[in-house]
Design a protein around this ligand. Structure first.
Ligand SMILES: NC(=O)c1ccc[n+]([C@@H]2O[C@H](COP(=O)([O-])OP(=O)(O)OC[C@H]3O[C@@H](n4cnc5c(N)ncnc54)[C@H](OP(=O)(O)O)[C@@H]3O)[C@@H](O)[C@H]2O)c1
Length: 260
């Protein structure tokens, strides 16, 4: 077994995975990467139609077995139903749970209504807690489990106008590190991937404004935004059965931004 793990670290053919936010952007890229390496992947979106379209496309393009599920991470009841569906479908075992769900707003603090603040924390922090809590028994039962939270460079850097988002991502990083300690002796690792700027719907307000894009790129030594596919290898590394001793880590994929 150990030899297999070392020689074929990216063989996911006996692994089950769930990707929250898997129908779009970075979540979709990670779902594609896992499916292409043999994993059975549950693609989760709030929209059943979006989840189905993504699962069908990934299944036919990347191989692997993909199936859709609708869930809203802001709702404990909805995440409970996702857990029950996964338990039934995967015989109680989930090896890889990825939380790529997230929302973002940009406003100076004096213009942030309490409702706006709370909606960001509800999805980005409370949702991550609900998802981790719901996945715990399935990850534990699987024998080896991997929780991956998609945090952000904004967990440690910030800009004016990002109070809600940056605070939520800082909290998510600490949530991840705490779970790593709590689960360390139970065969479950918990790690974070902190992306810099990627070309997805979330960064649309910057991408649609040439001047804003140019100014943003000045922060990035590589002077560009990344393609979603450039996140896949970090995900495969943390998701791998072979990454047994990596927990509480943050892999930064940011074109060098954090070292500036
Ligand atoms: N793009 C970047 O530059 C960048 C940089 C750093 C961090 N990130 C983080 O990366 C993650 C993915 O973002 P992205 O860039 O790929 O943008 P995206 O395409 O907008 O993805 C966000 C995902 O979050 C899901 N989501 C939002 N609210 C949800 C809820 N209540 N319940 C369940 N799912 C929900 C959406 O799913 P549905 O709409 O299908 O329901 C969507 O798939 C986010 O956590 C984001 O903060 C992105």
């Amino acid at each position: 077994m150990r030899e297999h793990q070392t020689l074929k670290p990216f063989d996911f053919s006996d692994a089950t995975a769930v990707v929250l936010g898997g129908a779009t952007g970075l979540g979709r890229a990670m779902a594609e990467g896992l499916a292409a390496h043999g994993a059975t992947v549950c693609i989760v979106s709030r929209s059943a139609d979006k989840a189905t379209a993504a699962a069908d496309a990934i299944g036919s393009q990347c191989g692997g077995r993909c199936w859709p599920c609708a869930a809203d991470v802001a709702s404990e009841a909805s995440i409970g139903r996702l857990r029950d569906t996964l338990r039934e479908r995967f015989a109680g075992r989930v090896n890889i749970a990825i939380n790529s769900a997230g929302i973002n707003t940009r406003n100076p603090v004096e213009q942030i209504a309490l409702e706006e603040w709370e909606s960001i924390q509800r999805v980005n922090v409370t949702g991550a807690f609900l998802f981790a809590k719901a996945m715990f028994p399935l990850l534990k039962h699987a024998g080896w489990g991997r929780l991956i939270n998609i945090t952000s460079i904004f967990a440690s850097r910030s800009f004016p106008g990002r109070t809600s988002y940056a605070s939520s991502k800082g909290a998510l990083l600490q949530l991840t590190k705490t779970l790593a300690i709590e689960w360390a002796e139970q065969g479950i690792t918990a790690n974070a991937i902190s992306p810099g700027p990627f070309l997805t719907d979330m960064t649309r307000p910057v991408l649609d404004n040439e001047e804003a894009y140019r100014r943003f790129c000045e922060h990035v030594p590589m002077k560009r935004f990344a393609e979603p596919s450039e996140l896949i290898t970090a995900c495969l590394f943390l998701a791998s059965r072979a990454s047994t001793f990596v927990t509480g880590a943050e892999i930064v994929v940011d074109g060098g931004w954090l070292v500036t």
